[in-house]
Design a protein around this ligand. Structure first.
Ligand SMILES: [Zn+2]
Length: 469
């Protein structure tokens, strides 16, 4: 601790410009990519790294470190977000406002800005007994007011936000692997996409370009990690043809923030329907009155609508539609082993064999609930009319029991002949099928179709309502 001799330990709240021989102790809450710049005077190369440092709930400041490129590399290897560090002999100056500082660096509470220079200032890991007392600062958002934008609004209206900065309070849905991307100027950079959701929508893709966050994200867990992201930039993406929320050097992400809204989201995130099949089953089971589905479409019209927005990001409402189709059941396999499956009542996930649930997110697997199996139908059928065929339509749970006229346990105890009879009751008959369609989108590369209800239609009804195309 030689570096600490002759210096005064101070709090960020008490420093002022020009003050020398200070020792500050706090935690790194943000770290931006380092750069190498050419000094005009002697054309030498200098490295520069910016990070954000906090020593109390109210006080946090941006720090710039200058040195040889090798020194800067060693700093970014050594110091990461979440590290408690001591900073000795930083140069303290008033923060410049109104310029590029505001655009490219995180918004901070301190009116100052710290500069460290290789050789005259020093930074070390702080491992004295008081170090753990700084850890909670990592989970306190850097903004008092949580003026967040719901995922639904970005999914449906993101394009009008182009260029804006937004704040998000979201749960992690999926962390993708790191990709190497070649930039127009030839540089190779790393990028990682993280999809997130909240109570209003899901499948929102966040792009990470900052090394430190790309590294941190490998520890984020689906349905568990909550992110409070301040100053996410809404940037146009040519490939997606829409505005994508992008993490920039200005963004600060607080992982598992300690705010009441985050607690509500955490509870929701645990069991929210996120897989396409879970979403469509959930939506289909929430249609109270199938009779309200009256817009008649041909199979061809259903397919063209289901594939229409493949490269778009859509709001939850735009992603689905319902239709009434007049069609014949052209494929129905009631002898397949997965016609009836066992689900866990607690988490609603399918259980293969066994007498317990192995879903790691389930209360049963975690030991707090008893395993209660539930037998449910899980049938795939094809529906055809004169314009085409809808393959693999889902006929599940209650809708299947209504269509077949028996419960799943009753079906289990039927003989093979009885099942054949049941099948021929429906096969090739003209049906009025009410369907719910989850469109193909950028995240979901194929549409999902679920039968909400299906009954035999009389031929006069079919003749009068069947669309030509
Ligand atoms: Zn379960």
């Amino acid at each position: 601790m030689a570096a600490h001799i002759g210096v005064r330990r101070m709090a960020l709240a008490d420093v002022c410009p020009g003050l020398e021989d200070t020792l500050l102790i706090g935690i790194i809450i943000g770290s931006q990519n380092s750069r190498t710049v050419t000094i005009r005077k002697d054309l030498s190369l200098r490295g520069v790294w910016n990070f954000t440092f906090r020593d109390s709930e109210a006080d946090f400041v941006n720090v710039t470190v200058w040195g040889t490129p090798a020194y800067i590399d060693s700093c970014t290897d050594k110091f990461h977000v979440g590290d408690v560090v001591s900073i000795t002999n930083a140069k303290i100056a008033f923060r410049v406002t109104g310029g590029s500082e505001d655009t490219f660096r995180p918004e901070v509470s301190s009116p100052f800005q710290l500069t460290l220079t290789e050789g005259s200032s020093e930074m070390q890991h702080h491992d004295l007994p008081d170090a753990p007392s700084f850890m909670h600062l990592l989970h306190i958002p850097t903004r008092q007011s949580l003026d967040t934008v719901p995922v639904r609004d970005i999914n449906s209206n993101g394009n009008v936000m182009q260029g804006n900065f937004v704040n998000l309070l979201v749960a992690v849905q999926n962390v993708q692997r790191v990709r190497q991307i070649k930039m127009q100027d030839g540089r190779q950079v790393e990028c990682r996409e993280v999809t997130v959701f909240d109570c209003t929508g899901s499948g929102l893709s966040l792009q990470l370009w900052e090394k430190e966050l790309i590294y941190q994200a490998s520890q984020w867990k689906s349905r568990e990690t909550i992110l409070y992201a301040v100053d996410i930039r809404m940037k146009w993406n040519n490939f997606r043809n829409s505005c994508i929320p992008t993490v920039t050097s200005k963004t600060i992400i607080t992982v598992d923030p300690q705010v009441p809204d985050a607690e509500c989201l955490r509870v929701y995130a645990h069991a929210a329907p996120l897989q396409a099949t879970a979403i469509i089953d959930y939506l289909a089971s929430n249609i109270v009155d199938a009779g309200t589905i009256r817009n008649v479409l041909s199979v061809r019209a259903v397919l063209s609508r289901a594939w229409a927005d493949l490269n778009k990001t859509m709001s939850d409402d735009e992603q689905q539609f319902t239709a009434l189709i007049y069609a014949a059941v052209t494929h129905l396999d009631l002898h397949h082993e997965n016609v009836v499956v066992t689900k866990c009542t607690s988490c609603n996930k399918m259980v293969s064999g066994g007498n317990s649930c192995v879903n790691p997110e389930c209360a049963v697997e975690q030991g707090s609930e008893m395993f209660v199996p539930l037998r449910v139908f899980n049938i795939r059928i094809n529906l055809s009319d004169h314009t085409g065929t809808l393959k693999n339509c889902r006929l599940t749970a209650d809708a299947a029991e209504l269509v077949l006229g028996c419960t799943a346990p009753q079906f289990d105890s039927m003989s093979s002949d009885q099942k054949i009879l049941l099948k021929w009751n429906l096969l090739l008959e003209h049906c009025a099928a009410r369907i719910l369609v989850l469109k193909a989108s950028h995240e979901r590369r194929q549409p999902y179709i679920s039968l909400v209800s299906c009954n035999i239609a009389d031929l006069a009804e079919v003749a009068s309502r069947l669309p030509v195309l």
